[in-house]
Structures are given as structure tokens and as C-alpha cells.
Design a protein around this ligand. Structure first.
Ligand SMILES: [Zn+2]
Length: 312
């Protein structure tokens, strides 16, 4: 501590003290550099992308950056649709639109300017942002997306593939679908997604409320933490139950000098294991709600002390 105090001010020394130290050497591992967590998630990928695009479009344009953030947040909100439904395009270079023959077949033409797209979006009641001359497709899409409510955004996102499919079957097979066919398909698809979401949601709720007992001669440790950022303190709660649901022991642990909620969860998990061991149980299942901790523990055979020494 004296060395730390002699080198850093009080705040920095305190921050350094909150870094947990491992007692074993760690091998090098691959990390994602897009954010501090070191672990790639679709969300951190999005944030990286926003920062990159905002930089390309000029940092000074904060309104645009803000619009883009809203756009990606909205896309993220529609993830089931965008996961399954966004097309990959192979447009022909400098060729006229096969459907109307009025303009070059660009992304903007197929999904925005072509008469087919216009009519479909109009029928779906999607509000269209005004197209000034040479408005870049991406900027127009962001503006239109932010213009609309969730239902209209869903319609817009879902419309891309059927519009593209319509162009393809006309170009390759000479089949022309009616606007009605395309709109009906989009509406039916959205209804199906909604139904699926409702089923999954109710299933999830049932699972959440249900505590699954361990097998005979085994105990289950459930743990959770509350974390307070200002004073870097956390409290973990631990409960140990047997296969009949009887409580074998419970306790709370204050945790001081902890830097973030994930580290607090890791400490709680470690305390849970030690607590069950102290009670004399050898066959223990541990359950917490920190996805990160669970994933890391499942990845390799790791000790909790190793986990605490990693950057989380
Ligand atoms: Zn066209």
C-alpha cells in the first residue's frame, strides 16, 4: 500500500487495489478489442460499427450519430426479424430495373424508388422519409427508420426480402407477383413472428418461476449480488437447498473494493462454493444469473480464483 500511495493519488491507488490478483499463471487468450469486456457480443459489435460509421461520416455530425444510434437500437429491437430476414444482394452493374425499366438497378431503386417498393410500403403504412437528390440509401434508411414506430419498422425490415424475392422470380422465371401477394406475405410473416414470440415468452416465464431441484445426495447453491458503484461495495446472497427443496444453509457476504457487477457475481459464486464446502457438501450444483460467469466457467475447467484474476 505504501508503494501504491507513493506512486499514485488516492483515487488511483484505490482503483488499483480493486484489481483481483490470481494465484496461478494464466496462458494467453484471444480477446475482442472492441470494448473493455474482451468478449465479443453482437451488441459490442454494433457499438463498434456505430462509432466507425460516425467517424466515416464526420465526427462533427452529432445529429447523424444520434440518429444512427437510434437506428441500430431499433434494428437490435427487431433482432428476430433481422436475424432471419435481411437479404444479401447481388445487383447487376449498370443494368436497368427488370420490373419497371425506369432506372438503374441500385439498392435505393429496388427498395425505395421502384414503383413496386413504393406501393408495398404505402400499403404497409410505412412513412417514407423525403428523398432529396442523391440521398445516400443508408442515410435515407436511417431517417425512415427513425421516422416510424415499431410496427412500421417491422414492416419495413420484413419487406426487404419479399421485395427482393419478387424481383428475382420475375427476372429469372418471368413470374410477376401482385402487390397484394407481396403485402399479404409480409403481414402473414409478421403475424407468425408475433405468435412465436408470445409462445417463447410464456415458456420463458414458466421456466423462470420454476426452481429445479438437484438430484439425490446433491445440493444446489443459488447466489445473487447487489452492487453499488459509488462506494464499490456489493452484497452477495447465497442459499443452499437439497433435492427436496429444504434449505441446508443461507448467508450473505459483504464484498468491499469490487470494481463492477460481474466481478461481484464472480465473488458471490466463489463464496457460494466455499460456503457449501464448509457445510460439508461435496456434490454441489451452483446457479447464478450472470451469463458471463456461467459461460466462462463452462468454457474450460477453471478455478474461481483464476476467473477473478482475469479482466472481466
Ligand atoms: Zn424498378
Amino acid at each position: 500500500m505504501d508503494v501504491l500511495r507513493s506512486l499514485f493519488d488516492e483515487d488511483q491507488a484505490e482503483r488499483i487495489r480493486t484489481i483481483p490478483l490470481g494465484n496461478t499463471l494464466q496462458p494467453d487468450t484471444m480477446v475482442w478489442q472492441g470494448d473493455k469486456s474482451g468478449e465479443y457480443m453482437a451488441k459490442s459489435g454494433y457499438i463498434c460499427r456505430i462509432t466507425e460509421e460516425a467517424h466515416l461520416l464526420g465526427n462533427e455530425n452529432t445529429i447523424l450519430t444520434e440518429q444512427m444510434k437510434n437506428y441500430y437500437a431499433a434494428i437490435w429491437g427487431l433482432k428476430r426479424i433481422t436475424n432471419t430476414f435481411l437479404p444479401t444482394l447481388k445487383l447487376r452493374l449498370e443494368a436497368l430495373c427488370p420490373l419497371c425499366g425506369e432506372d438503374d438497378e441500385s439498392t435505393a431503386h429496388v427498395f425505395r424508388d421502384c414503383n413496386v417498393a413504393k406501393q408495398v410500403l404505402q400499403r404497409l403504412k410505412v412513412r417514407i422519409a423525403p428523398t432529396h437528390e442523391n440521398t445516400e440509401w443508408k442515410l435515407w434508411l436511417i431517417e425512415t427508420f427513425n421516422f416510424n414506430n415499431t410496427e412500421q419498422r417491422t414492416c419495413l425490415a420484413v419487406s426487404f426480402r419479399p421485395i427482393w424475392h419478387n424481383r428475382n422470380i420475375f427476372y429469372h422465371e418471368g413470374i410477376r407477383q401482385s402487390i397484394n401477394d407481396i403485402v399479404s406475405f409480409i403481414k402473414a410473416f409478421i403475424n407468425e413472428i408475433k405468435m412465436l414470440d408470445n409462445i417463447l415468452e410464456s415458456k420463458h416465464k414458466i421456466q423462470e418461476a420454476h426452481w429445479e431441484p438437484p438430484i439425490e445426495n446433491q445440493v444446489k447453491v443459488n447466489f445473487d449480488t447487489s452492487f453499488r458503484q459509488p462506494n464499490k461495495k456489493a452484497v452477495s446472497g447465497i442459499i443452499v437447498r437439497n433435492n427436496r427443496g429444504f434449505v441446508m444453509g443461507s448467508c450473505t457476504y459483504p464484498i468491499r473494493n469490487v470494481r463492477d457487477p460481474t466481478t461481484a457475481e464472480a465473488y458471490a459464486c466463489l463464496h457460494g462454493v466455499i460456503f457449501a464446502e464448509d457445510l460439508g457438501f461435496e456434490d454441489v450444483i451452483i446457479k447464478g444469473d450472470s451469463l458471463k460467469i456461467v459461460k466462462k466457467l463452462q468454457k474450460k475447467e477453471k478455478k474461481m480464483t483464476d476467473l477473478l484474476s482475469e479482466d472481466s
